[in-house]
Design a binder for this molecule. Structure first.
Ligand code: SAH
Length: 362
């Protein structure tokens, strides 16, 4: 039904209130609202009809008043290392990617917050395709929900906003999506297991810091000086390094610095020493990311040996900086963000980001 309320686009408390009013208005028991809410995220169903704890009549009436949309999986790929990559098609034909990375007893889901991205980081496949549109809250959270509905379901334990898009340019949807992901009546994923990754959009960092839950923040640094960072990340003109670092310092929880290793570009000894100083000032955890090649950019990955050397230099700078080298996963399925969509759906003309991409800070 075109004008029906999408129950997935509401945070669980609002869904329960609206469903409660709906059942009350038809003289049906109030506990039905809770029953339905539990079937949205925690123990999800594909259709209202699958909510078999409700009488058949109640189910079909629900379906007449509310919608329970799905994300359509158009492609599911499995890497030899267990990584799985999903391409979802949205109802307007847009494509987004989600990557599931199992490790030990965890499953980390790398989710998208926008279709495309406006920021044009030089090494990123998503940046190449430009901005298409912001995702709705439900489209963000449903990437996790769908993992519970597929064949061989995956129980996601950790979420990282490191798929397509810049989450802080879509804060108005990411904010309620975080509530759905974390709420015990939603997907129930602990806040410390949810990481929002940003290029350093300052109002978004402030807004995340104001949330009482312990959501984690990762900042894509990628260069220790403004001159180099501007070349790699055009957003550095709007949010220069000094401001990003000040925001990271002001964030009251531990921050991760992401640093993608680009051969001959940002991987020299001086870069390591400069990066170490920045990390020390922010007491940041440093994550060195091997470049996923492909996706139409010219950059070359730094060799594993040189990444290890770079890590030793950062660690050796003193101050107890912790450095990790991210394991590359799913390289055989082009699992870096944006790569699959570019291959499968081709390119679409980009949209102007500033129509929707602004950040509301409450
Ligand atoms: N816009 C946000 C989140 C999405 S990208 C951000 O930039 O932080 C998540 C991370 O993947 C970022 O650190 C990004 O720089 C990195 N990344 C993008 N393309 C990559 C590639 N080809 N190889 C390795 N990391 C990449």
């Amino acid at each position: 039904m075109a004008n029906s309320v999408n129950v997935l686009d509401l945070v669980p408390a609002d869904a329960e209130r609206i469903l409660g009013e709906y059942f009350a208005s038809r003289g049906q028991p109030a506990y039905r609202a809770r029953q339905v809410v539990h079937r949205l995220w925690k123990n999800p169903v594909r259709t209202f009809d699958e909510m078999t704890e409700l009488p058949a009549g109640a189910r079909s009436e629900l379906a007449g008043h509310f919608s329970l949309p799905r994300l359509e999986i158009v492609e599911r790929q499995r890497s030899v290392d267990g990584t799985q990559k999903f391409l979802f098609r949205l109802d307007d034909g847009q494509g987004i990617e989600t990557v599931a990375i199992p490790e030990d007893d965890r499953v980390t889901l790398c989710i998208s917050s926008q279709a495309g991205c406006a920021l044009k980081c030089a090494f990123c496949a998503t940046g190449q395709m430009g901005f298409q549109r912001n995702l709705h809250p439900w489209e963000i959270a449903a990437q996790v929900r769908e993992m519970r509905l597929i064949e061989d379901p995956l129980l996601v334990t950790n979420v990282v906003f490191m798929g397509m898009g810049e989450p802080m340019m879509n804060w108005q949807a990411v904010d309620p999506a975080l509530t759905i992901l974390n709420s015990p009546d939603g997907l129930g994923i602990g806040a410390r297991h949810i990481t929002v990754s940003t290029v350093g959009v300052l109002p978004g960092i402030v807004a995340l810091g104001k949330r009482p839950e312990q959501f984690r923040l990762a900042v894509s640094i990628h260069a220790p000086t403004d001159a180099l960072r501007r070349q790699l990340m055009p957003i550095n003109t709007k949010y220069p390094l000094a401001d990003v670092l000040a925001a990271a310092r002001a964030f009251d929880r531990r921050v991760t610095f992401e640093y993608v290793m680009l051969g001959g570009v940002n991987d020299q000894r001086t870069h390591a020493l400069e990066l170490a100083q920045l990390a020390k000032r922010c007491r940041a955890f440093v994550n060195l990311i091997p470049l996923h090649a492909g996706g139409g950019t010219e950059f070359q990955p730094t060799s594993p040996r040189d990444i290890a050397r770079f890590a030793r230099l950062v660690r050796g700078a003193g101050g107890g900086i912790e450095v990790a080298i991210r394991k590359s996963r799913g390289t055989d399925i082009s699992a870096a963000c944006g790569q699959l969509r570019v291959e499968r759906l081709g390119r679409r003309p980009p949209q102007r980001a500033d129509e929707h991409g602004h950040v509301h800070v409450v």
